[in-house]
Design a protein around this ligand. Structure first.
Ligand code: AMP
Ligand code: MG
Length: 520
């Protein structure tokens, strides 16, 4: 194990690319700078370690902080000699509109940590103070949003979904002013800092930046760097289009995985889309409780519901379209890019159907099964049962024919409202068709059940649980937070069944339990 303090960090990115080394953290436009601006973290009053991801630390061989100096690193109060703290410059499309230069307004990469697997990992502080890209904001994060990112990024990892990770959560001892719902009622909240970890935090927006400034050599260099470092298996003359194809694949995979567990990101702007296909920038995310394809957890998204649960796959493609536009100057014409972009739909659909097949425990999804899948989705969208509980109950369906009353009673635990006669019919019809299909399964019942178990989480980190844990923590009680930190590690087991209940009524209305604003 190695200490955060004595480690020799790498700084390949800032060595390879030109940037603004002035260290000036006054928010500003940075013409001529498309990659990064040096930004030392602004010290905080009293950094205290609240949580530490021991499994991640073990993987990377990072020693748990034993000294205040090491905690100071996690709180932004100490930068070691081999580190080079910087904020990345990037642009993006926000809510469908070009937003120009954005950049890391409250994230600072300290350095690259060489790990035993031969790869390097960016260690990045979120909430460590202003950078050149902070625009009108303070560069800080509150305990509330930091607990959410810390727990949720680790929860996604254990669900088996590509994501950035979180190594530590530190309280700063400072107070931060926030208007949680942008309704003119700002309040002081405790500040916190998360250390995030990923091979790279490059986003689609990182490529849109040099493209927008028409710095084509810089764009080409960034693409080359990305392929060489993070897609080393791609070689040859056509490597750029092959790479774009893989970004399309990874994005399609990510969307399927979000849909599998009911995850709603909430702010799928192109600056929040990882070029590695990771879930990145946790903000007003939420799992769906009731299966509502129109659900968005983001109050800023309410008018158009652009980023609602059911919109995500389409937005994934839209965002890839922005990436393709940014890459266009590297090609003689747009033909190949357009073809790869259009292939997204077929790729997504194939993966999506296979995923639903696994959730249902089918041997395979054939053309004949498409009707059953559509029936399932229409039924879920209409009845809106609790998604997680519904699929768990599907795994314990008794064999043989069941009348309507028996079927409805089996799923009772997952329902949020009494079913209308038409809805009872839909449920019974689906279950009857499903049982008939299961009878034709070419795999054993055990194999089918195993598939379902691997595809259907039993524990999800529901928004109201997070909100409760945060309330408790603010009062000095860390019991629920600790319990959740354990539960997220075993989402497919029944060991944490005290949480296996649908969202309580009160949580639908309580601020912060259901919806949040963008950058709180
Ligand atoms: P997000 O939607 O949270 O990914 O943020 C969009 C942009 O706003 C990014 O460029 C962030 O770095 C920036 N941002 C969000 N919150 C803050 C903050 N408190 N201080 C500075 N910049 C911020
Ligand atoms: Mg962001």
């Amino acid at each position: 194990m190695e200490s955060l303090q004595s480690k020799e960090y790498k700084k390949e990115f800032v060595t390879q690319f030109p940037g603004d080394d002035s260290g000036d953290v006054k928010p500003r436009q940075t013409p001529g700078v498309v990659f990064y601006s040096k930004a030392a973290p602004t010290p905080v009053k009293a950094p205290k370690l609240l949580a530490w991801s021991e499994e991640l630390a073990q993987e990377l061989r990072i020693q748990k902080p034993a000294t205040q100096a090491e905690i100071d690193i996690l709180g932004g109060n100490l930068v070691t000699e081999t580190m080079y703290p910087y904020a990345a410059c990037y642009a993006g499309h926000q809510f469908g509109n070009w937003a120009g230069q954005l950049g890391d307004g409250r994230a600072i990469t300290l350095g690259e940590w060489p790990a035993p697997d031969g790869k390097t990992y960016e260690l990045q502080l979120k909430g460590a103070g202003p950078t050149a890209y902070s625009r009108r904001a303070d560069g800080r994060a509150v305990l509330r949003s930091s607990v959410r990112e810390y727990l949720m990024s680790e929860a996604m990892h254990y669900l088996g979904i590509p994501t950035t990770r979180a190594l530590s959560l530190v309280s700063t001892g400072d107070q931060v002013m926030r208007d949680m719902f942008y309704n003119g009622n700002p309040e002081f909240e405790p500040g916190a800092i998360v250390m995030r970890v990923a091979p790279s935090f490059l986003r689609f927006g990182s490529f849109e930046m040099p493209a927008a400034r028409q710095e084509i050599d810089n764009l080409r260099q960034l693409v080359d760097w990305t392929i060489t470092n993070y897609y080393p298996h791609i070689q040859g003359e056509d490597r750029v289009i092959v790479w774009f194809r893989e970004v399309v694949d990874r994005t399609a995979h990510l969307m399927v995985e979000w849909m599998r567990v009911g995850f709603v990101h909430g702010v799928m702007n192109t600056d929040n889309m990882s070029i590695l296909g990771l879930t990145i920038d946790y903000g007003p995310f939420s799992f769906v409780d009731n299966y509502d394809t129109q659900f968005t957890p983001n109050t800023t998204d309410l008018p158009g519901r652009r980023y609602a649960f059911g919109q995500q796959p389409g937005i994934g493609q839209w965002n890839l379209g922005c990436l393709a536009s940014a890459l266009a100057p590297l090609f003689p014409n747009t033909e190949q890019l357009v073809a790869e972009l259009e292939a997204y739909e077929t790729k997504f659909m194939q993966k999506y159907r296979a995923m639903l097949g696994n959730k249902l425990g089918l041997d395979a999804v054939l053309e004949d099964d498409v009707h059953l899948l559509t029936q399932l989705e229409t039924m879920l969208a209409t009845l809106q049962p609790d998604m997680t509980i519904f699929y768990q109950l599907l795994m314990t369906l008794p064999e043989g024919e069941q009348d309507q009353a028996a079927v409805v009673s089996h799923f009772q635990e997952s329902l949020y409202a009494e079913l209308l006669p038409k809805e009872r019919d839909m449920l019974h019809d689906f279950i009857t068709a499903y049982k008939a299909r299961l009878a034709d399964n070419s795999i054993s019942k055990e194999a089918s059940q195993e598939r379902m178990q691997q595809a259907n989480p039993r524990f999800i980190l529901r928004n109201y649980l997070l909100s409760q844990a945060i309330d408790d923590l603010t009062k000095g009680d860390d019991q629920l937070f600790n319990d959740l930190q354990e539960a997220i590690k075993e989402p497919y087991s029944n060991k944490h069944d005290r949480f296996f209940v649908k969202r309580p009524d009160w949580a639908s209305h309580k601020p912060g339990s259901s919806m949040l604003s963008c950058s709180s």
